[in-house]
Write a protein that binds this ligand. Structure first.
Ligand code: IVH
Length: 669
């Protein structure tokens, strides 16, 4: 590739990756597989090392996370990060205003009113518009250098935008709050529970835990966000009000909270406090109050600080959404992947305007840590829309408390063995025929990414299950039209359609079938690897640990989950039923007529007409395979511009080397 083309390619790749970042992190709707994403990223990284340019600092390659650190280095804040004085009652807000008026000898003070985000304060250094360092608050004077982790936050600009509001300063410290939205937080916790990891207690802890990861690749996978709300020291330009600073931040491309308002006097502030308090639970993120800041920077300066707090700002806290109640019973619920979750059933109580009678107890460790028992009086808390949780037991030393909670050793739904996998906190039921899991299993089995059985959605599979027409995914194949018609509101035509689509699913692709079984840790990608390796479901069922861990991407955790799945007698029975029904998953055979069937390609050097990914897609669609390195099995090595060591290897091994033009001819272009 010549230089111009490479520069264009680099810019295209950056745009494509930014686009996929948005799909993944912001819209939660990825369009490409992780492997494909990694390939794009590697391609860009490779080109960037060969052709370094001025935009590297804001390239998406800077966001993926760097090599893990052994510890964070400390960072001295150029100007101290102060904290805020709190007010819990309206009266304290009026007192604050009166005090300031007296000190400044004025009749009225103008404020800026902001939501008080419940996250983690950070300090960001931008030099000549480029993000160079970022740190936690620490003790206010010294924090921890978390630059690599901050770079992974996709809404944080790595380079300041040119703006009409204000010139780009030579140096500036920008202050803000890193937080996690409530919905992605719930999702993260659900996933953690499924994987047997300890869930985070609240979005704030999740944000803090994610930011303080020594391995920034983990941070990169966490849905973190940031709002900026102030500056520390700045060189090159000056402002006269806090409002101007916020406008400038926004102009430079920083996310600034849209709910921030100018408040010309204290009454407007009180009104704002009430209004924001009322909408607190409808916001996508947690806030725990509002912050009032004197707008005039000259006045801020006159007022100065008192110990670690500025005199010119006040945090007005909302009342905690807590209540006290009694735990009537601790029950155990069985989730989709069989995870057993203990739940407290309580005397109903009003928490922040919502009646609550259940609280999650997360897992056995959490119950032990807080020593929660049936009959206890407890403080419970609701953080926004988050499911209520038990904060603490009110009187843990009380005499005559019930005995400690113990996790059942049999599944409360199906009486099967419950296992606790090594290194996990969660217990789970591994029985594929467990009724609590079954409806979800059946739905998953029929879902689009799995066997794609048209017409069998969540509702119908639950209906069939409740009517005892099916008890597991294999029973689907024994359904008849007559049986379906026994159900309420089933039309002849739709019953026939369902029977037809089930019949079509008798010879599913092997990888889809493996994925459809719903084995823990076996997603679409792992299912593909397994299908490729074992070639038939029988081979996979007979696989032992060593047969599985030999596969590159399969570690002991996934391997033992697979082995255990096929050892469970009830799952064995279901597998037998599939066989009896004549379900024969098909290994994806590339037809021998495919033009490139049996041929394998290795690419080296850059091609003019297409990128590596396109070439790979074309080869695979024509039945060929693409290898990353030259082996005895390689049929062709395609040599582009500036070929690497693969070419020498191919020459030595006597493997046929073809040019780009010859390759194009082979693929019919
Ligand atoms: S201003 C000197 N503005 O609250 C000014 N802080 O209790 C210091 N916080 O450490 C910060 N939202 O973590 C400010 N809109 C906001 C804020 C905010 C949340 C946090 C921040 C700070 C803590 C002080």
């Amino acid at each position: 590739m010549d230089e111009d083309r490479t520069i264009k390619k680099i810019s295209e790749l950056r745009k494509t990756i930014e686009y996929h970042n948005r799909r993944y992190y912001q819209q939660d709707a990825p369009e490409i597989s992780d492997a494909e994403y990694d390939r794009l990223m590697r391609e860009l990284q490779e080109l960037e090392t060969r052709y370094p340019d001025d935009d590297i600092d804001s390239s998406p390659t800077q966001r993926v996370g760097a090599a893990p650190l052994s510890k964070f280095s400390s960072f001295s804040h150029p100007s101290p990060m102060l904290s805020l004085a709190n007010a819990f009652f309206e009266e304290e807000i009026f007192e604050f205003n009166n005090r300031l008026k007296r000190m400044a000898s004025v009749d009225k003070i103008s404020y800026v009113a902001e939501p008080k985000l419940d996250g983690l304060a950070v300090n960001l250094i931008y030099e000549k518009g480029i993000f160079t360092k970022g740190a936690t608050r620490g003790d206010g004077a010294t924090g921890e250098d978390i630059t690599q982790n901050l770079k992974t936050i996709s809404s944080l600009p790595l380079r300041m935008k040119k703006s009409a509001q204000a010139a780009i300063p030579d140096f500036v410290e920008i202050r803000g709050e890193v937080y996690m939205e409530k919905e992605p937080f719930e999702k993260l916790n659900r996933r953690r529970r499924e994987d047997g990891e300890e869930p985070f207690a609240n979005p704030r802890n999740a944000a803090a835990g994610s930011l303080r990861q020594l391995d920034s690749k983990i941070t990169a996978r966490r849905p973190l966000n940031i709002f900026l709300y102030g500056i520390g020291s700045i060189q090159g330009i000056s402002f006269s009000t806090h409002w101007e600073i916020l406008q400038a931040l926004s102009g430079w491309g920083f996310p600034v909270n849209k709910l921030i308002e100018q408040a010309p006097g204290i009454n407007t502030c009180i009104e704002y406090f009430k209004r924001i308090g009322d909408m607190r639970n409808t916001l996508p993120y947690d806030i725990d109050g509002v912050v009032l800041k004197v707008d005039s920077l000259a006045l801020q300066n006159t007022l100065g600080n008192i110990s670690r707090n500025p005199r010119w700002a006040l945090a007005c806290k909302f009342p905690a959404q807590q209540a006290t109640t009694i735990i009537k019973e601790i029950i155990v619920q069985v989730g989709r992947m069989g995870t057993l979750t203990p739940v407290a059933v309580m005397e109903p109580v009003n928490v922040g305007g919502v009646m609550v009678s259940r609280a999650t107890l997360h897992n056995e460790d959490e119950i032990r840590k807080k020593d929660i028992r049936e009959g206890d009086t407890v403080v419970i808390q609701r953080a926004g829309d988050v499911i209520p949780e038990v904060v603490k037991v009110v009187d843990p030393d009380k005499k005559g408390r019930k005995k400690e909670f113990e996790m059942p050793d049999k599944c409360p739904e199906c009486n099967s063995e419950v296992v606790k996998l090594e290194g996990e906190v969660a217990y789970r039921c591994v029985n594929l025929a467990c009724p609590a899991q079954l409806k979800e299993h059946i739905r998953h089995f029929a879902s689009r990414g799995a066997l794609d059985i048209e017409g069998l959605g969540e509702k119908l599979s639950a209906q069939l299950f409740d009517a005892k027409l099916i008890a597991d995914p294999a029973d689907l194949y024994f359904l008849t039209k007559e049986k379906i018609l026994e159900l309420d509101r089933q039309a002849d035509k739709s019953a026939q359609n369902l029977i037809d689509s089930i019949a079509r699913a008798k010879n599913p692709p092997l990888d889809k079938f493996i994925y459809a079984l719903g084995i823990r840790h076996v997603g679409e990608r792992t299912a593909k690897l397994l299908a490729e390796r074992f070639g038939s479901i029988e081979n996979l069922m007979a696989a032992e640990m060593e047969d599985l861990t030999i596969i590159n991407e399969i570690g002991p955790e996934i391997a033992s989950s697979i082995v255990e799945f096929f050892h469970e007698p009830k799952n064995k029975a279901v597998m037998k039923k599939f066989a009896n029904a004549g379900v024969i998953p098909q290994k994806k055979e590339i037809s021998n007529n495919a033009p490139l069937a049996g041929k394998s390609f290795v690419f080296t050097g850059a091609m003019k007409s297409m990128g590596r990914n396109d070439a790979k897609d074309i080869v695979e669609n024509l039945g060929g395979t693409v290898q990353s390195g030259v082996t005895k099995k390689t049929t062709y090595v395609v040599a582009g511009a500036e070929p690497g060591s693969k070419l020498d290897k191919a020459k030595k091994a006597g493997i046929k080397i073809i040019s780009e033009a010859e390759f194009l001819k082979l693929i019919g272009k």
